[in-house]
Design a protein around this ligand. Structure first.
Ligand code: TEU
Ligand code: CA
Length: 556
């Protein structure tokens, strides 16, 4: 069954979606209140970021009990009601599966750290120190060493993320069995799939060698020893055999550093691993030297080359996710668009460019109303562990605080985590209390109530894009050809399927730009399928595009 190829997914970050009881924290009852809004938008699948018990060192990505619900979010009864209400509206529910690591407050870890011969010891990755230091030079993804010394047994444990997120030891078959049983417990409750957090990190190279460190830094990325590691495909095939193959569900592997070749292996249907990857290559194109905090403007040619590589590489072989945003990324309209004069135009243009491609589209909460990045004056208003740690690290290195804040404004994860803007009332209608993180102060203009009421809004444009996918199989199944690869402002491509064609032309700049269909491009337009400006009849082989204009012609 491949319903997941034809679906549109909506991601909810529950903490910031809708608070029902005034404690300032979004919750399950709040989500239930808004299901009609999502149904009206037309989405098929809802993916919830983690809602399990957690000390919230990383907002729920540090799970202390895999088979319960975080108290702040509600109870398991509330969750069952949510599932019923979602199914009752003909939608599906995908849960987050975070099993590269657990919380250090999980019972398994509490046991594991007690003694070297505890039955849970090998659920985690423990090592002796080397010359009075950490077992290797790996850096955590959230700054500092990837190892934490534990007094009790005088060994270190590995944590690729925060020290409150110890990595689980997938080499241990008992641990794998526990994970599979837990997955089946949720699947038997009737969920429709899993989004698997950093699932390509679970197999580490044996011996956990030091990473090359030519510059003699204190800690360096050990990623080549844990991304797409030696046993990853074996583990996923086992998981598929033992669990996934028994249910009609969708699976998406969140995979930093996966390339097209590797993605083919993960998603080739004949290999029985996962349905699709959620990969990051296009999210790194505006990173400067040394990673995301060093800013670099996007060169559209890089974006075209990259997305095209994925479109053509996976066609007929595997499957990809299409997205511009998630809870870890800045808001796309502020990033590749223009969130001032052309907020509405550029948000629609970006949506068009992405939603006309092959893959399963993901819409992240607030994207459909064009929510923007946020600039808090003080670092104290930020909540995200990655942001707080990098601020501290860069301050210790003596960097200029103004410059650090500019990086955080552009790339910090809290950009995507400010409360959903429902209406123009206090706190954007998100909560009647004090929100856990500040609301973006543009909510009087940018909010769902306004967007639903305005037929020209970004929201209604997304509705239309979603509806088109349902009525035009070419969008789901067609092949893809890039036009004008060297053009610096225009991203244009053609889709083709069963004698039909789509011509997609998008202007990524705020200037008027000439579009000229290449002479050898074989396309005869029938009509404009969708666009973000009104267009009068005219030559479709050559026309002037307005700032951030998008047009999709259907024809042959
Ligand atoms: O993110 C995976 C990941 O690699 C992140 O480090 C991401 O690249 C980073 O946030 C961008 O700088 C997943 C979750 O989506 C994220 O929220 C978690 O913090 C992380 O795993 C650990 O569970
Ligand atoms: Ca609440």
């Amino acid at each position: 069954m491949t319903w997941w190829k034809e679906s549109v997914v909506y991601q909810i970050y529950p903490r910031s979606f809708k608070d029902s009881n005034g404690d300032g924290i979004g919750d399950i009852k709040g989500i239930i209140e808004k299901l009609d809004y999502l149904k009206d938008l037309g989405v098929d699948v809802i993916w919830l970021s983690p809602i399990y018990p957690s000390p919230n060192d990383d907002n729920g990505y540090d799970i202390s009990d895999y088979q319960d619900i975080m108290e702040e979010f509600g109870t398991i009864r509330d969750w069952e009601k949510l599932l019923d209400e979602i199914h009752g509206r003909g939608m599906k529910l995908v849960m987050d599966l975070v099993v590269n690591h657990s919380s250090d407050e999980h019972e398994w870890f509490q046991e594991s750290r007690k003694s070297k011969d505890n039955p849970y010891r090998d659920y985690y990755i423990w090592h002796q120190g080397k010359d009075g230091k950490e077992p290797n030079n790996w850096k955590s993804n959230f700054s500092g060493s990837a190892w934490q010394y534990d007094e009790e047994t005088q060994e270190y444990y590995l944590h690729l993320f925060s020290k409150k997120q110890p990595d689980l030891n997938w080499e241990n078959p008992k641990l794998r069995r526990e994970v599979y049983n837990m997955m089946m417990w949720w699947l038997d409750k009737g969920i429709d799939g899993f989004r698997m957090d950093v699932i390509n990190f679970i197999s580490k190279v044996p011996g956990l060698p030091d990473a090359p460190n030519p510059e003699g830094k204190k800690y360096v990325s050990g990623s080549k020893y844990y991304r797409n590691g030696p046993r990853i495909h074996e583990f996923l095939q086992e998981m598929n055999r033992e669990v996934l193959s028994k249910y009609d569900v969708m699976t998406v592997g969140e995979m930093p550093s996966v390339d097209v070749e590797e993605a083919k292996k993960y998603t080739n249907e004949a290999r029985n691993e996962l349905n699709m990857v959620f990969q990051f290559e296009h999210m790194g194109l505006d990173n400067g030297e040394g990673g995301k905090w060093n800013l670099k403007p996007l060169d559209l040619r890089d974006l075209k080359e990259n997305l095209t590589k994925w479109q053509t590489g996976l066609h007929g072989v595997g499957w990809n996710s299409l997205y511009w945003n998630n809870h870890d990324q800045p808001r796309i309209v502020s990033r590749f668009g223009n969130d001032k004069e052309y907020r509405v135009e550029s948000a629609k243009m970006l949506a068009t460019c992405l939603h006309m491609m092959q893959g399963t589209p993901y819409i992240y909460q607030g994207e459909e109303i064009g929510m923007t990045n946020v600039r808090f004056d003080s670092i104290d208003d930020y909540k995200d562990i990655e942001t707080l740690n990098i601020y501290k690290e860069k301050m210790e290195e003596g960097q200029d605080p103004t410059q650090i804040m500019e990086s955080i404004y552009a790339k910090g994860r809290d950009n995507g985590r400010t409360p959903f803007q429902w209406d123009a009332t206090k706190n954007a209608g998100f909560t009647t209390g004090e929100p856990w993180i500040k609301v973006n102060d543009n909510y009087p203009e940018i909010n769902a109530e306004q967007a639903v009421a305005d037929p020209e809004s970004i929201y209604h444009y997304y509705r239309e894009l979603i509806a088109l996918r349902k009525t035009h199989p070419i969008i789901v199944y067609g092949d893809y050809t890039l036009l004008l690869p060297e053009h610096e402002e225009i991203f244009a491509y053609v889709r083709a399927y069963e004698g039909e064609k789509l011509l997609v032309v998008t202007n990524f700049s705020q200037d008027n730009v000439e579009f000229q269909l290449p002479d050898d491009a074989d396309f005869t337009a029938k009509e404009l399928l969708i666009g973000n400006y009104s267009v009068s009849e005219g030559d479709i082989r050559r026309f002037t595009m307005k700032p951030f204009e998008a047009r999709v012609y259907i024809g042959k």
